[in-house]
Design a protein around this ligand. Structure first.
Ligand code: URA
Length: 235
């Protein structure tokens, strides 16, 4: 694929703008400046550099972000900064979007992609992808609450009770809850339904994919082929 086209595909602007970047010697391949926009490159395993930042060639963008509190997941945030602002401009230009949403005050694993199929596979209710949350509660937890969450609680606007896939007490005020749906404020509403209240909420995992310990709040990274496998992504 031509270098100019590769840059365009990765969100560096129009073909003309990408050509300009290349001609101004801001792009390198294997550590060598390349000023030919029309050079043909093998994209397999390609890493190109723009202004000193490495970009792996990615047919589609798929990333994980450790979402900090204080960011909204919607594309048009109303009251707080948008979570996409934590990403570099070229990724935003690729029109990536969060897969599902976390509340503004929820922290932890957020997946982001421009791949409609991946987004659909992970957010579709039918696939029942488990999401694991660590909730800090206002009142002490007890086995009665856990049993209720496991048996199912009826939430407003729902026809049937919703049960947790797993629930365990990990501290007097801490609960690990696994849900397979993705309903609005689901953890907070379920915990409220057992007469408690969520004070802080953190997502630890989606499917088999766990938030890495070394990914600090506000940091993101590309999903590897292994990560995608853990998410059960199939083309
Ligand atoms: N459940 C909630 O209540 N909030 C979230 O952000 C995610 C799940």
């Amino acid at each position: 694929m031509q270098l100019e086209r590769i840059l365009q595909k990765h969100g560096f602007g129009s073909r003309r703008e990408c050509r300009g970047l290349i001609r101004r010697e801001r792009v390198a391949i294997n550590g060598q400046i390349c000023d030919d926009p029309f050079v043909e490159l093998d994209t397999d395993g390609l890493v190109f550099t723009v202004d000193g930042v490495d970009w792996p060639y990615a047919e589609f963008a798929a990333l994980m972000l450790n979402k900090p509190a204080g960011y909204e997941c919607s594309r048009k945030p109303k009251h707080h900064a948008g979570v996409l602002e934590l990403l570099p401009v070229p990724l935003r230009e690729r029109e990536v979007q969060p897969i599902g949403r976390l509340d503004e005050d929820t922290t932890g694993l957020l997946l982001i992609t421009d791949n409609g199929q991946l987004n659909h596979q992970l957010s579709s209710g039918k696939r029942k992808v488990p999401k694991v949350y660590l909730a800090t509660t206002k009142h002490p937890l007890d086995q009665v609450q856990i049993d209720q969450l496991m048996a199912g609680v009826l939430l407003a606007d729902e026809i049937e009770p919703i049960a947790a896939a797993a629930a365990e007490i990990v501290g007097d005020y801490q609960l690990r809850l696994t849900l397979t749906e993705g309903k609005y404020h689901q953890v907070k509403r379920m915990v409220a339904a057992v007469s408690n209240r969520v004070e802080a909420l953190h997502r630890e995992a989606v499917g088999e994919l766990t938030l890495p310990d070394d990914l600090k709040p506000g940091e993101w990274r590309w999903l590897s082929a292994v990560d995608l496998q853990k998410l059960g992504y199939s083309k």
